[in-house]
Design a protein around this ligand. Structure first.
Ligand code: CMC
Length: 431
């Protein structure tokens, strides 16, 4: 929101230039520098977007110092305790939590879209069995755009709603099929008598040979993991979805781009990397050695699951995830799980260590989510797919917010060129 206040830019030898200051509902004021180039011929340089707001948004707010995360104003702790993932999906998309009637309708709509086109199921055969499931996800989700052409008509609100419902309903099926394909097991069709998350577990762990009954404690844990990962402001993958969508691209292609970005170990791939790291450390007695390596500037090793660009005190999702982790391990009789004990010890030592304290490096959501997922029976290579399944809800809400903005402009950052200055192509024998 624009305010009366102005920021003045003083450049030596030039007249001062004023820019409006925008005041948000929560968070940092922003200097509106959109006219900077036109007024001064200068650009700002902010590689990594450390101080740049790329959009206005009404969806999610993070206060990194307080360790607060709000979806549409509601604290994540309350949503995790009082709502199911589909309530949260509805909230992120429509701005308000559903009432009883709206929820019933929404759940039914999602159930009618859970199957994927039979022809799509054949795509999987084209992938190597040992392909990383995130690579499969990038392909299959992007291919939805080849099946649902009407999604391109997103000026129409009805089509936008259908695209959202369709992709939210199909992601569990697509993820579970990627898993089943990698295992060489038959695909399981969705069961619409089950909840969203219980059905996902059925498609992951059921076989045609016997009836699978999902454990309610594990269903609740996984549903909460989905809620905790549903949205997270303008992170790398969400910004990727927005940037891709700003050209008017098909929404499924944009989500596929987001999945590709999420895959990286500094983002959604961190839970997989974190579990691999715990396996690598192996034993509590090796923790000091790895802490030492994490602090060594000449060693590329980092403590995966530690640190966050925005949270500088604690990650509220990590607190909730730690509790879920304890609940799941207790339910499964795994309280003495080696990796969980190792994680606790690593957390304890790192939180006391001067380097980690000074740099405000705390466990993030991924530190515990890998242990929970492993206990549930989800293989490490599937962790980021679970993240993608949940984050699709946030990506679609953010995509829709962007695409409905009357001031939408294609995203097109500037650059600071530091390459060769203009030169002529020499003949081949003089190169
Ligand atoms: N272990 C050791 N040192 C670290 C770590 C770590 N996990 N994270 C940051 N540092 C150091 C880093 O070397 C730098 O030191 P210096 O100031 O001496 O150069 C300092 O702390 C600041 O780090 P940064 O990389 O500049 O901070 P950033 O905001 O750019 O990066 C991060 C944030 C999450 C990419 C980074 O902390 C990291 O790579 N963590 C491990 C990967 C991880 O767990 N990622 C999941 C993020 S949560 C899931 C999500 O929301 O996507």
């Amino acid at each position: 929101m624009a305010s009366e206040r102005k920021a003045t830019l003083i450049i030596e030898g030039r007249e001062p230039v004023e820019f409006p200051i925008m005041t948000p509902v929560h968070g940092n004021d922003c200097i509106d520098i959109r006219t900077l180039g036109a007024k001064t011929g200068l650009f700002t340089y902010d590689s990594g977007f450390l101080s740049t707001a790329a959009c206005e948004s009404t969806i999610t707010f993070i206060d990194g110092d307080k360790g607060e995360l709000l979806y549409r104003g509601y604290p994540i702790e309350q949503l995790a305790e009082k709502c199911e993932f589909l309530d949260v999906a509805y909230l992120l998309k429509h701005g308000e939590l559903p009432n009883v009637e709206q929820k019933k309708t929404f759940v039914n709509i999602i159930k009618t879209h859970t199957m994927i086109h039979e022809q799509m199921a054949r795509f999987y055969q084209g992938f190597r069995r040992d392909a990383h499931p995130m690579a499969v996800m990038v392909g299959v989700v992007g291919a939805l755009s080849a099946f649902y052409h009407e999604a391109e008509n997103f000026a129409d609100q009805t089509q936008r709603n259908i695209s959202f419902n369709r992709i939210v309903a199909k992601l569990p099926t697509i993820v579970a099929m990627a898993y089943k394909y990698s295992m060489g097991e038959p695909f399981m069709y969705p069961r619409n008598d089950l909840s969203y998350t219980a059905n996902f577990m059925h498609m992951m762990f059921g076989t045609p040979c016997e009836k699978y009954e999902p454990n309610p404690v594990l269903v609740h844990a996984l549903d909460t993991i989905f809620t905790l990962h549903a949205d997270h402001e303008q992170n790398a993958s969400t910004s990727t979805v927005r940037l891709a969508g700003s050209s008017g691209a098909n929404p499924y292609a944009c989500i596929s781009a987001g999945i590709g970005c999420l895959w990286g170990p500094a983002h959604g791939g961190a839970n997989e990397a974190c579990l691999k790291m715990l396996e690598q450390i192996g034993d509590v007695s090796h923790v000091p050695e790895y802490i030492k390596r994490a602090k060594d500037k000449n060693d590329s090793f980092k403590l995966m699951g530690f640190g966050h660009r925005v949270y500088k005190n604690f990650d509220p999702r990590a607190k909730l995830m730690r509790k879920i982790c304890a609940d799941v391990l207790q339910e499964l009789g795994l309280e003495n799980d080696r990796l969980f004990k190792l994680a606790l010890e690593l957390e304890r030592i790192a939180l006391e260590d001067e380097y980690f304290v000074e740099k405000k490096l705390y466990p993030n959501v991924d530190f515990y989510s890998g242990i929970v997922q492993k206990a549930i029976g989800i293989p490490t290579s599937m962790f980021t797919c679970i993240f993608a399944l949940a984050r699709t809800v946030g990506w679609m809400a953010q995509w829709e917010e962007m695409i409905s903005d009357p001031d939408l402009k294609i995203g097109r950052p500037r650059q600071l060129y530091v390459g060769a200055s203009r030169r002529d192509v020499p003949p081949i024998n003089q190169r």
